[in-house]
Write a protein that binds this ligand. Structure first.
Ligand code: SF4
Length: 416
């Protein structure tokens, strides 16, 4: 049974059927949901935080669909909303303004904003949150910088429903991590010097920063090894045509976990909580079949990246650069194709982990980044103890914080 969690007071959620178009119907569905929960923005200036983590086509369930945000803005403008800011970072691994611009164009957010301005005369802009005004707030682990908009505006959190390799699911609580500066995101992964862990940081952030409203985009959802799409059935799109809304993030996220068929053990940052459903809501029914679970790796060709929750964006960024180099250089690609014939698997470890999670076998292993140094040493010792020194040649360590992507690429090619 659900347990009441005192940091997050109980309210009510509502679920409506929502499609991404036509926009009039999207707006009507969202209006119905807001009315159902008697929600009205307290301030006329509204800050919307969607999940736009990658410069991708909006049909890709990696991002909150711009049509859903458009419908939301139209619905809120009828409830007194006057000025809207859509705030997000510039996507995976970058804070540069030009990348933010590309993100808005590729995801069609730019086009949606222009349509709202021209067709409906709505005052709406986008903003790269890396460069916005921040305020310092005290929290359990010291001081955290948060965009001022969460206090000066009505703050609406609009996550995408996705399963997630590190956190089980990414919903309202996890979407708030996108409010942070890159440096604080890194600390979340590193648990502030090992004082805690990523899951607890996300929960504690939710205890101090609470949106006025949360609307989860489950028109389409991502299942499998999210939070972004990967080939070979690692991820899939699940069409649900739903939106789940409510004032309490934990309650909304609990409802979403029920729909996805993901347990609290699998998504430890979401505290268990009783869910109360409004009278006019659709019933809370688990999707059938349950969502595909995330694997503990992401696979590209023969390279299996195993990133623990302690692995931060620094090494993840370097890792993704390796594959960009392979795909843009035909000579390197040729070498990699040959290597795939020789070794069907090469493991690439990012972030520290319990050494017992790593099995002794002949699969080549690359420990990438300074925080895997201890695991590298422990693994070598185990090989010596178990008297399998010949496997040692297949184990490499790349230092650096973050590790260098060229060094990672050279390491992979050493196995040729
Ligand atoms: S070594 Fe890599 S994963 Fe570890 S803290 Fe540094 S950048 Fe992050």
């Amino acid at each position: 049974m659900f347990k009441f969690h005192c940091k997050f007071p109980f309210s009510m959620i509502s679920i409506v059927e929502t499609k991404q178009k036509p926009i009039e119907e999207t707006e009507q569905s969202i209006s119905k949901l807001l009315q159902d929960l008697h929600f009205k923005p307290k301030k006329t200036q509204i800050f919307i935080k969607p999940n736009i983590v990658d410069a991708t086509d909006p049909r890709n369930p990696t991002i909150t669909h711009p049509k859903l945000v458009e419908g939301l803005i139209l619905a809120l403008s009828k409830l007194g909303g006057k000025k809207f800011i859509i705030g997000e970072n510039s996507g995976y691994f970058s804070f540069k303004q030009e990348h933010f611009q590309r993100l808005l164009e590729e995801t069609k957010y730019e086009r949606m904003i222009k349509r709202l301005q021209k067709k409906y005369g709505i005052d709406v802009i986008s903003e790269n949150l890396e460069f916005t005004d921040f305020m310092d707030i005290q929290w359990k682990y010291g001081t955290l910088s948060i965009p001022k908009y969460v206090k000066t505006h009505t703050y609406i959190n609009v996550p995408k429903m996705k399963s997630h390799l590190m956190t089980g699911a990414t919903l309202s609580l996890k979407n708030q991590k996108g409010l942070l500066l890159l440096r604080d995101k890194k600390q979340f992964h590193l648990g502030y010097g090992g004082k805690t862990n990523l899951h607890d940081c996300i929960t504690e952030l939710g205890a101090i920063i609470k949106p006025d409203f949360n609307l989860v985009d489950a028109t389409t959802a991502l299942e499998g090894t999210g939070p972004s799409m990967h080939p070979e059935g690692q991820t899939k799109t699940r069409t649900l045509n739903l939106c789940i809304g409510g004032e309490n993030m934990v309650e909304v996220d609990n409802a979403c976990l029920t729909i996805m068929g993901i347990s609290h053990e699998e998504a430890p940052h979401i505290p268990p909580m009783q869910v109360k459903i409004s009278e006019r809501s659709l019933p809370l029914i688990p999707a059938s079949p349950p969502f595909q679970k995330p694997a503990d790796f992401i696979k590209y060709g023969n390279i299996y990246s195993k990133c623990s929750s302690w692995g931060c964006t620094g090494c993840q960024m370097a890792y993704s650069r390796i594959f960009r180099k392979f795909s843009f250089n035909s000579a390197l690609m040729e070498k990699w194709v040959k290597l795939q014939q020789k070794y069907p698997k090469i493991y690439f470890y990012i972030g520290k982990r319990d050494i017992n999670e790593i099995e002794i076998d002949s699969i080549p292993k690359i420990f990438f980044g300074q925080c895997t140094k201890k695991n590298y040493g422990e693994y070598k010792n185990r090989l010596m103890k178990e008297n399998v020194p010949d496997i040692l040649n297949n184990v490499l360590f790349i230092p650096g914080c973050p590790a260098d992507h060229n060094a990672g690429l050279e390491a992979i090619l050493k196995f040729q």
